[in-house]
Design a protein around this ligand. Structure first.
Ligand SMILES: Nc1ncnc2c1ncn2[C@@H]1O[C@H](COP(=O)(O)OS(=O)(=O)O)[C@@H](OP(=O)(O)O)[C@H]1O
Length: 331
């Protein structure tokens, strides 16, 4: 390793059980299991673990913008919003796939090592990583990795937007995501999924670990903007203004109106550059679901029994003890 490379002082080890067991059965080369960083405590795939240090040393550019989140928290929505503001409302340019305009940093390292028929359409892992390095400025990079595993100089170097969503809606959305994506092979019910989630046995867990770290970081770091999905739902225009101000961009009333229109769930879910419906064409998604599923706040109320909801509240309370963050369950 070159002298200027930073060492990521995290040890990877197997965890005894996880929701991804069916996945592990399908891909025996993953038999070592999902790994948990120690002491970081984040659940990630071993394939990622092999490259953790490389990503820790990923070259950050001063004009990069990074969008960070726990999965299913409104990442795609925020990426599209940030991309359009950063690119002076280039709606024509936004017709290109968001996946190309805003790559998912660690994605190539989360894929099964030998590849699956469903991911056969993708360029090699090396090519995908090279694409991230060579993308024209200003790059917009998406990641679900917690701050601890990202380049340590990230927020000193560039702007970061973190988006969070209430945990009950995240659980429901992540559950349907596991049903949608073929390689998860998840056939459990929502209640069992919620238990895996609360026991930190899903990818990227623990939920509160990364959300709270970002929340604290944003308090004292002017380069970090913390958004809530629920605020985007409630006052999209106000949140667009906030992001524009954070990025040092001014918007005309006409641009603002166009952005609000473009970013509604109704319109974004029909936008083929963003809605990931091509996942069906490539066989990555099951045919009977959608990535842009419902886009609601409080959808969990249709799914959780009062007892389940109580358990999640209890778990939330325990994890938020001592923190001043508040999540809105419904609007
Ligand atoms: N415009 C708009 N308005 C409201 N909601 C929206 C919008 N765009 C995406 N979504 C919803 O965000 C959920 C997907 O979250 P992510 O983009 O973070 O998913 S991922 O982690 O990147 O896979 C997923 O939530 P659920 O519908 O609850 O499953 C999407 O529908």
């Amino acid at each position: 390793m070159a002298a200027d490379k930073k060492r990521l002082n995290v040890e990877f080890k197997s965890i005894p059980e996880s929701l991804e067991e069916p996945f592990l059965k399908e891909f025996p080369e993953y038999v070592e299991g999902i790994v948990r960083g120690d002491p970081g405590g984040f659940v990630l795939t071993p394939h990622y673990g092999e490259h953790a240090e490389e990503l820790y040393n990923f070259h950050v550019r001063p004009d990069d913008i990074w969008v960070l989140s726990f999965p299913k928290s409104g990442t795609t929505w925020t990426q599209e919003l940030v991309w359009l503001i950063a690119n002076d409302c280039d709606f024509e340019g936004a017709k290109r796939s968001l996946n190309d305009r805003s790559p998912f940093l660690e994605f190539p390292y989360l894929l099964p090592r030998k590849g699956t028929p469903t991911y056969g359409h993708l360029p090699s892992v090396e090519k995908q990583m090279q694409y991230r390095e060579e993308l024209e400025s200003p790059r917009l990079i998406k990641t679900h990795l917690p701050l601890d595993l990202l380049p340590p100089q990230l927020t000193e170097t560039c702007k970061v937007v973190y988006v969070a969503r209430n945990p009950k809606d995240v659980i429901v959305s992540y559950y349907y995501h596991h049903k949608l994506i073929k390689f998860h092979y998840f056939d459990g019910d929502l209640e069992s999924f919620a238990r895996w989630f609360m026991n930190d046995q899903v990818w990227y867990a623990p939920f509160f670990g990364q959300v709270l770290a970002a929340w604290e970081k944003a308090k004292n770091d002017p380069n970090v903007l913390f958004l809530f999905y629920e605020d985007l739902k409630k006052d999209l225009e106000g949140q667009i203004r906030k992001v524009a101000q954070f990025l040092g961009k001014s918007l005309t009333d006409e641009q603002l109106g166009k952005l609000v229109h473009h970013l509604t769930f109704e319109n974004l879910s029909k936008n083929s550059a963003v809605n990931k419906e091509d996942g069906k064409k490539h066989g990555v998604f099951n045919a009977d679901g959608s990535f842009m599923r419902k886009g609601e706040t409080g959808d969990w109320q249709r799914y959780f029994s009062p007892e389940m909801s109580r358990q999640i509240d209890e778990w939330t309370e325990l994890n938020l003890r001592g923190s001043d963050i508040t999540f809105v369950d419904k609007i």
